[in-house]
Design a protein. Structure first.
Length: 340
């Protein structure tokens, strides 16, 4: 499965949120939806997809297909306008793209939030709702966060703010106190597998990716659409080969250099997450899959050593091949194993 991801603003469906959507649909139907919401969850958990579904429902509830969900046909006018980024009553605050530097800015600035508050103060083009999405609130700098408080303290009639956050505890207390919070729980692996299969992933890749997505459907789709399956496979092979002191050259070649840039973040995160999971499993006397014979203390040492070394390597921009050889050495040392 190697294709473009469907962006959240254009997605017609969302898995694992049926109960939540029933509650939101009822609140929208009763006109009881509060003006400020924090949609909380880790990266790839579906925050943006849910935000756009809420926005469509608020802007045109008559186009929803039923009374128990936020489903709307993609032929609906509001759906098409939002998918095109052209709905006059929806404002999305996000990090701007810097054409000169060819990358996104590092934060959402106060200027962007001032545009948001100005947008909310205007009359809606359709005479109804106005919706603003902040994607993500974690990216706001201090001045931007303070500017957002005005919209939350004195919300205009018919305005709804949807703040996406992977770390809501770090938002200003005054922002948190003025919003209701929705925490997106992990989605069951079998639902993610079915989603990936529907999107064209092979059964083996779908299962492997779902295992590593940790309940995050958006993250799973990102893995499946790019180099995720191969990066996960390489990480698993690295952990096994490194423990026995085998030849790592083929694995290193898969993530080294420019060609491995897309795989490297997933590869690194899979290494660290696998050791973390194994450490927790061993601590509760469960089998630490892939690390037979290692106790919880050894696995914790291995996780700490690999995490620290990976962090130092990236901070110092070390050669990836040398970094992986060092990680393999530290892994064996932490697990008290000798090369075969």
């Amino acid at each position: 499965m190697e294709e473009e991801l469907i962006p959240p603003r254009s997605r017609t469906d969302q898995i694992g949120r049926d109960a939540l959507e029933r509650q939101l649909r009822a609140a929208i139907g009763e006109g009881a939806l509060t003006h400020g919401w924090i949609l909380a969850g880790p990266e790839g958990s579906g925050k943006a997809t849910l935000a756009y579904r809420i926005a469509r429902a608020l802007l045109d509830p008559s186009s929803l297909t039923d009374d128990t969900s936020l489903n709307m046909p993609e032929t609906a006018k509001v759906f098409r306008h939002i998918a095109a980024g052209a709905h006059p009553d929806l404002f999305v605050a996000e990090r701007l793209y810097d054409e000169k530097k060819d990358r996104h800015q590092s934060e959402i600035t106060v200027e962007t939030i001032r545009k948001l508050t100005s947008f909310l103060s205007r009359t809606a083009s359709g005479g109804g709702a106005r919706v603003a999405i902040v994607d993500t609130a974690d990216d706001m700098n201090r001045n931007a966060a303070n500017a957002l408080l005005k919209a939350l303290e004195e919300p205009p009639e018919g305005a709804t703010l949807l703040l996406l956050s992977a770390a809501p505890g770090r938002l200003l207390p005054t922002i948190r106190s003025r919003c209701r919070r929705i925490d997106l729980a992990p989605v069951a692996d079998d639902e993610i597998v079915q989603l990936l299969r529907t999107e064209g992933a092979s059964p083996g890749n779908a299962k492997n990716i779902a295992d590593h997505a940790r309940g995050r459907p958006g993250y799973a789709l990102m893995l499946a659409a790019g180099e995720g399956a191969e990066a996960i496979s390489l990480a698993q092979a690295f952990l096994q080969t490194a423990q026995r002191g085998g030849d790592l050259s083929r694995i290193i070649a898969g993530v080294a250099g420019k060609a491995g840039d897309a795989r490297w973040p997933i590869f690194r995160d899979t290494l660290i997450a696998s050791l973390s999971d194994a450490s927790r499993a061993a601590a509760t006397h469960d089998a630490a899959q892939g690390f037979e014979g290692a106790d919880a203390g050894d696995l914790l040492n291995a996780w700490q050593a690999v995490t620290a070394l990976a962090g130092r390597g990236e901070a110092l921009n070390l050669d990836r091949a040398q970094l992986l050889e060092a990680i393999a050495y530290d892994l064996r040392a932490a697990l008290k194993r000798r090369a075969a």
